[in-house]
Design a protein around this ligand. Structure first.
Ligand code: HEM
Length: 132
């Protein structure tokens, strides 16, 4: 059933799953397997952008009132979540581009920012948005 709490729950599971992929890609990198890091992150990119597009379709086209059940503190939590999620989504294509094009310095520089933003996205989304 397409309800607000269900959408939040599915998103929490999706974000946890792709975070696991990101961690695996970093493990591959730490073991010297740059190629595997790249491959895993292409999957990470496609899944994350797909989830984002699906969410946009639900919120903007299918049911714009879906999150109206959020009370004021929860709306504040959502705003905080956006402060991390929107910049990290903007960085994602740059991460992929700089990785594929082997712009090493820029990729590693952006990776620092991306990691901080992703941690914020994960914590604010998984622990501070209610799916009840
Ligand atoms: C978050 C922390 C990340 C770190 C510390 C990191 C670090 C690196 C490093 C050191 C390389 C090797 C660069 C070179 O020698 O030219 C690399 C390659 C690459 N990275 Fe990342 N990266 C991160 C995240 C990402 C993300 C989020 C993506 C994609 C969305 C990505 C995609 C790639 C790709 C496609 C390559 C090229 C692999 C290849 O040469 O076959 N990385 N990364």
């Amino acid at each position: 059933m397409l309800t607000g709490p269900n959408v939040i729950l599915v998103l929490k599971i999706a974000v946890s799953a792709v975070t696991l992929l990101l961690l695996l890609s970093l493990l591959a990198l730490a073991r010297g397997n740059r190629r595997l890091h790249g491959r895993i992150n292409i999957v990470f990119f496609v899944l994350t952008i797909s989830a984002l597009l699906a969410l946009e379709v639900i919120v903007r086209l299918i049911d714009p009132t879906i999150f109206d059940y959020f009370d004021v503190p929860m709306q504040r939590n959502l705003t905080i979540h956006f402060c991390f999620a929107i910049p990290s989504a903007c960085l994602l294509p740059l991460m992929l581009y700089t990785g594929l094009r082997q712009h090493r310095e820029i990729h590693i520089f952006l990776a620092g920012m991306f990691s901080a933003l992703w941690i914020g996205t994960f914590i604010s989304g998984v622990f501070f948005l209610s799916h009840h």
